[in-house]
Design a binder for this molecule. Structure first.
Ligand code: FFO
Ligand code: ATP
Length: 190
């Protein structure tokens, strides 16, 4: 039987989001520790100074320790903000302890839009991306908004590299891919 690709992708999203939410607090903690170490190493190797991260929700691997570590090292951290009128696009805003935060339409906490805090995407060194599912080829399936697909377009010709952060339970054998999907440079598994 030929199941439509959109339906397959929706099914994988549901399944993996469920297994991610079912991880115990201890499993979550260990994964965070693992991924934080790997990310810090990568940042050091690449001498990266401008890092895009995200605030975790829905069982995503937590980025809290990593962000705190980077702040301590005086490395700049940026978070995605839904573009106010360009639908499906993200802006990256500097994230500091003093940054005023608001909930976006998906219930995710993001910096309150302030144009003076917007950082040009092409100047970022690493974009760490959230993802729902991934495969060995580095294909990435997200929440379905196409936000990161748009952000990562032609990244090979840009300065930054896109690196996924994921729990081991988010790996699938082979993702059904669409033409607009952008494979990641690397995926760190917690
Ligand atoms: N932590 C985190 N931040 C992120 C993302 C992410 O995946 N994780 N995004 C990555 O792109 C963007 C937000 N994308 C999202 C897309 C859909 C839904 C969502 O909950 N969709 C609902 C139905 C849609 C609706 O409510 O209108 C759902 O699937 O149940 C959430 C976030 C930007 N920030
Ligand atoms: N580069 C692009 N230009 C225009 N539309 C795009 C682009 N990339 C994705 N889209 C559109 O966005 C929608 C969602 O794409 P998809 O299901 O692949 O999102 P996703 O990768 O799961 O989500 P996200 O990247 O937000 O985590 C699709 O309908 C697709 O047509």
């Amino acid at each position: 039987m030929n199941i439509p690709i959109q339906q397959q992708r929706q099914q994988i999203r549901q399944q993996i989001r469920q297994s991610r939410q079912n991880l115990t607090a201890l499993e979550q903690q260990k994964a965070e520790q693992n991924v934080t170490q790997q990310a810090l190493q990568l940042i050091e190797t690449r001498k990266a100074r401008h890092i895009a991260l995200y605030l975790s929700f829905d069982g995503e691997i937590s980025t809290k320790k990593l962000i705190e570590n980077l702040w301590q090292k005086k490395i700049d951290v940026y978070l995605p903000v839904l573009h106010p009128f360009s639908k499906g696009h993200l802006l990256f805003l500097k994230y500091e302890t003093s940054t005023p935060m608001i909930k976006n339409k998906f219930g995710i906490i993001e910096p309150k839009l302030d144009v003076t805090k917007v950082f040009p995407t092409q100047k970022l060194d690493i974009i760490f991306t959230p993802l729902v599912a991934f495969d060995k080829q580095g294909n990435r399936l997200g929440m379905g908004g196409g936000f990161y697909d748009r952000t990562l377009q032609n990244w090979q010709q840009k300065h930054f590299i896109p690196v996924g952060l994921a729990h081991a339970c988010q790996e699938v054998e082979q993702l059904p891919v669409e033409i607009w999907d952008i494979p990641l440079a690397q995926i760190l598994i917690g």
